[in-house]
Design a protein around this ligand. Structure first.
Ligand SMILES: Cc1cc2nc3c(=O)[nH]c(=O)nc-3n(C[C@H](O)[C@H](O)[C@H](O)COP(=O)(O)OP(=O)(O)OC[C@H]3O[C@@H](n4cnc5c(N)ncnc54)[C@H](O)[C@@H]3O)c2cc1C
Length: 435
């Protein structure tokens, strides 16, 4: 099977690099037989689902792994703000499922999963089939809840006020609007209350666009309407905004409105292109980039896996707190204090598949921790980074968090190195999930 494409030596080399052991090689004949029958079905082939498929296969050459994903190719969001200044294209961020299929022997079904029949352990698909599972991994990402901003909806996002919070035609529409905005116009970036995908990304986007305006439309303005007081890298971005864009002064190219001054947007008046804050404050823009509030993926919401807006899990193995033999990963889960990032989604997947494999081998599951390495940029040659660790602290308990967020680094070489690191990180991360 797998050994035809990925030799035992390759696998050993890889697992050693990852600090993992080649678990299935010393299993008993009876465990082998039961594992050969084990059917693992994964809903959603994004960062979490693809990581789960790949790393489960690396742990276990015997189980049947099926991945359900409607899209032919996956487009990474990490790096996608770079599409606006033209440092990256959509193609640069696009990967195929061919390695998962051919190298790791994952069965890929191009379809949408609909309903879970918990009693018979089956999941139904939009085209009419049903799949049986022993363990079901649910990783459908987050839903952008456009309508939670009164007056806003998907149709308006696709035609006039793009959110561009997944890479899609909305991203290219927003880019077109930025490049053709009238001289001296205002572009608004509206940021919802957390949790939303990738906490620093709206500030990074605003900064990249301010750089574009500085070159081609220097009397224009980027107005950030913010639903939160503090934000990640708020010890760094404002420093550069002051330095490059006169932040805090009358002629600033970038301005930020906090929630107390109306930054938390509740309503859109599409006719007048005006966003309305919670106390009736009005902000008119030439371009409205409205990032709507998020909630769990529809598959999780429609299958009774959520509490409130998010799916609820036990952080030791990412099993559902509501249903047996279901594991839920990535942006769709209640994850605080972990932010919703791809790096975290991928690491959650590795913890979950290790636990699933341990369970199949009748071994106790371990005490995991999750690492987040987050990289953001000010401009192409200018990066910054943070590291966080979230340690499992026991059933029902909040994860223990330790984080390191460096402040402003005035050393130009260091800034450049972090910019290069950011690019390398993206490339390596894409490979670590899909190659
Ligand atoms: C602008 C931006 C920049 C970002 N930058 C970074 C960064 O630098 N670093 C970082 O770590 N993270 C970053 N992120 C966050 C990162 O993209 C997400 O956290 C990550 O994609 C979450 O992975 P996921 O698998 O949970 O969801 P997704 O990647 O969204 O994947 C979900 C998949 O499930 C599929 N699906 C949904 N419903 C069904 C169904 N019913 N049946 C079958 N399939 C289904 C979808 O088609 C999709 O492919 C960024 C995000 C944005 C918006």
């Amino acid at each position: 099977m797998l050994n035809k494409r990925l030799s035992r030596r390759d696998m050993l080399k890889f697992l050693t690099l990852c600090g993992l052991s080649m678990v299935p090689l010393d299993i008993s004949a009876s465990s082998k037989t039961s594992m050969k029958k084990a059917r693992i079905v994964i809903v959603g082939g994004g960062i979490a689902g693809a990581s789960a498929a790949k790393y489960l296969r690396l742990l276990n050459p015997f189980v049947h792994i099926t991945l359900i994903e409607p899209k032919e190719q996956y487009i990474f969001c990490p790096g996608s703000n770079e599409i606006f200044p033209g440092w990256k294209s959509v193609k640069d961020l696009t990967v195929s499922y061919s390695s998962l299929k051919n190298r790791y022997q994952i069965k890929i079904i191009k379809d949408i999963a609909l309903k879970i029949d918990y009693k018979n352990k089956q999941v139904s698909l939009a085209r009419g089939n049903s799949l049986s599972y022993d363990k079901l991994i649910v990783s459908p990402g987050a839903t952008l809840d456009y309508e939670r901003v009164e007056g806003y909806n998907l149709k308006l996002a696709q035609s006039r006020f793009p959110a561009a919070w997944h890479v899609s035609p909305q991203t290219l529409l927003l880019k077109k609007q930025i490049l053709s905005m009238r001289k001296g116009g205002t572009m608004i970036v509206s940021i919802p209350k957390p949790p939303y995908r990738c906490p620093p990304a709206p500030y990074e986007r605003a900064t990249f666009i301010a750089h574009m305006f500085k070159k081609h439309n220097p009397t224009a303005k980027v107005l950030i309407l913010d639903s939160q007081d503090r934000f990640v890298f708020d010890n760094v971005y404002p420093y550069y905004w002051e330095k490059y864009f006169n932040f805090g002064r009358k002629d600033a190219l970038i301005e930020r409105i906090r929630p107390k001054d109306g930054g938390h947007i509740t309503k859109l008046d599409a006719k007048t292109q005006t966003l309305i804050g919670q106390n009736g404050e009005k902000f008119k823009g030439d371009i409205l980039n409205i990032i709507p509030p998020h909630k769990a993926g529809m598959f999780a919401l429609n299958n009774a896996l959520t509490k409130g807006d998010w799916a609820s899990v036990e952080y030791q193995d990412y099993s559902s707190t509501k249903k047996r033999d279901i594991y839920i990963l990535g942006d769709t889960i209640e994850s605080a204090p972990m932010p919703k990032t791809g790096y975290i989604a991928s690491n959650q997947a590795r913890v979950a598949v290790q636990a699933i494999n341990d369970e199949l081998l009748n071994r106790p599951i371990g005490t995991p921790f999750i690492v987040n390495n987050c990289i953001a940029m000010v401009e192409k040659d200018f990066g910054m980074t943070l590291s966080e660790i979230f340690r499992y602290a026991g059933r029902g308990k909040q994860l223990k968090e330790r984080s390191y967020i460096p402040g402003v680094d005035k050393n130009k070489l260091q800034q450049k190195m972090l910019g290069v690191l950011a690019e390398d990180w993206q490339e390596n991360f894409r490979r670590s999930v899909f190659a």
